[in-house]
Design a protein. Structure first.
Length: 143
């Protein structure tokens, strides 16, 4: 086996949960090789570098070996090398930290904890401005 379809390989390496999701990602231009978007039928060979964009991060993988079937999670490192730069992981961490402030479409309703944090944030920021405005008005009246 010298080559394999990229959508099948991404599914087998557990980059995507299903093969149809891997195929859709290829069709939408989220899977790239050498800076060029690839079709789902594109062949993958050992040594190829594949970039997969899962917003907000772009993951990079180097193909170490090919497999026709889906692998167990423990076997995946034998078949691919994750060469994603640390800056992408930092971006992912920043997104997780600020998740409740700018909630992306499709994440569903905020959890009870998220709602409490947003309320606490709003109360603290509005309370400071509200009281500052009253204090400023009192000082103006005295002069």
């Amino acid at each position: 086996m010298n080559d394999e379809r990229i959508d099948k390989w991404l599914w087998a390496m557990r980059v995507f949960k299903t093969r149809s999701i891997a195929t859709d990602a290829c069709k939408k231009g989220r899977v790239m090789m050498g800076g060029v978007a690839v079709k789902p039928s594109r062949s993958v060979k050992v040594g190829d570098v594949i970039d997969v964009r899962k917003p907000p991060v772009t993951f990079s993988f180097r193909v170490k070996a090919l497999s026709s079937g889906r692998l167990g999670a423990r076997l995946v490192p034998d078949y691919l090398e994750n060469i994603t730069p640390q800056s992408q992981y930092d971006l992912l961490e920043m997104t997780r930290i600020s998740g409740f402030v700018d909630r992306r479409k499709g994440l569903g309703r905020p959890t009870k904890r998220d709602s409490r944090e947003m309320s606490r944030f709003r109360e603290e920021s509005y309370a400071d401005t509200f009281f500052l405005d009253w204090e400023d008005d009192d000082e103006d009246d005295e002069d």
